[in-house]
Design a protein around this ligand. Structure first.
Ligand code: MRU
Length: 345
């Protein structure tokens, strides 16, 4: 299997996550518009993977730009970056990667166009490489928090498919397993798009980690039976006070974990922290189309022409979070000052 998002022969290659676990199909993006489409339709998904895809989308925009005049070239690229920005609203890694690529493009202004193109591809590849390293660090930092022999609940997909490396929350589970901590996992299926059953179960099985799959509405019962000793989830955006946007259903698990006195951890790279937002109330939450709720994998499960709610994410208030695992260490409450400190130059 190739990495989730990779650069090969001047194209961005992505595994099509919509078709997993049934089919292992790769999409070769030759231009940035194909990357926009992959992000919008969740062919590529998961906050860090979206960031890497956006960096490669920018590299494609730069490589394929038609203008020879530098001012026009910069305008063309800026237009493409704006389109990439509009692809999904919640995961801040998208904007983080695009801001970093933009800053690099601006810094290279004095160079020749062929040199700018070369440097921009290099920068995008560096984002991918750094994400791999960051994942490994988070996994090591988080694994020691999981008690030997414990069963840990997780939601959505936060593994190899959601990042360039071993994953965020999934990376922690995988590391604890590799260290022989004898953990097992309970994975929530994650309706409506089943990232838990389609993707996480696929990854857990491949990694040989003992696990059970549940539907999301079983989580309370399973916790009430004393079967869970920890909950760990990823993040799409963490604000300065520690409020955390993640896949819809995460907030529910955090409330339950509090009720049953189970530690609740978030694992995310610092590129997922949006220090410019003071609280989770300011995070834009993506609303997706009704068909995702009224059907399942192309099969209708509800009557036609009905109204639905379909928010793709929720925001877990910081009070419910036991700790935030990052590549720079584990942050415990109160989060505000400590998160700000991570960004202090
Ligand atoms: O809609 P998705 O599948 O992109 O949502 C992904 C999640 O919510 C993940 O938990 C989050 O991005 C962290 S992944 C490392």
């Amino acid at each position: 299997m190739l990495p989730t998002v990779a650069w090969k022969n001047n194209t961005a290659v992505m595994i099509d996550q919509r078709r997993l676990p049934g089919q292992e199909v790769y999409i070769n993006c030759k231009n940035y518009r194909q990357v926009v489409d992959c992000i919008k339709t969740l062919a590529v998904r998961g906050a860090p993977a979206i960031g890497v895809a956006a960096a490669y989308g920018t590299a494609l925009a730069v490589l394929r730009a038609k203008s020879r005049d530098k001012t026009k070239f910069y305008k063309e690229v800026a237009f493409a970056i704006e389109e990439l920005r509009q692809s999904r609203p919640t995961a801040v890694n998208l904007f983080w990667a695009l801001d970093r690529m933009t800053a690099k493009i601006i810094a290279l202004y004095k160079l020749s166009l062929p040199e700018i193109k070369k440097q921009i591809v290099k920068e995008a590849r560096l984002i991918e490489k750094q994400d791999i390293l960051i994942n490994t660090r988070m996994a090591k930092n988080g694994a020691k928090l999981l008690r030997k022999g414990s069963t840990v609940m997780t939601i959505c997909n936060t593994g190899v498919l959601a990042t360039a490396g071993v994953g965020t929350a999934f990376g922690v589970l995988n590391e604890a397993h590799k260290q022989g901590r004898k953990i097992s996992v309970v994975a929530c299926e994650t309706r409506p798009l089943l990232q838990g059953s389609r993707l996480t179960a696929w990854e857990l099985k491949r990694a040989g980690i003992p696990f059970r799959l549940i539907t999301d509405n079983m989580s309370c019962y399973i916790m009430s039976k004393g079967l869970i000793q920890g909950v760990i989830a990823g993040a799409d955006r963490i604000t300065a006070n520690g409020d955390t946007a993640n896949k819809i259903g995460t907030y529910m698990l955090a409330v339950l974990a509090k009720n049953f006195k189970i530690p609740f951890y978030i694992c995310a790279p610092t590129s997922t922290i949006d220090i410019t937002l003071s609280s989770g109330k300011l995070i834009p939450i993506e609303e997706r189309k009704a068909e995702e709720v009224t059907g399942l994998q192309g099969v209708k499960t509800a009557p036609d022409k009905i109204k639905v709610y379909n928010p793709a994410f929720d925001v877990t208030p910081h009070e419910l979070i036991t700790g935030i695992i990052t590549e720079k260490g584990v942050i415990r409450p109160p989060f505000t000052g400590k998160l700000k400190k991570l960004f202090a130059k």
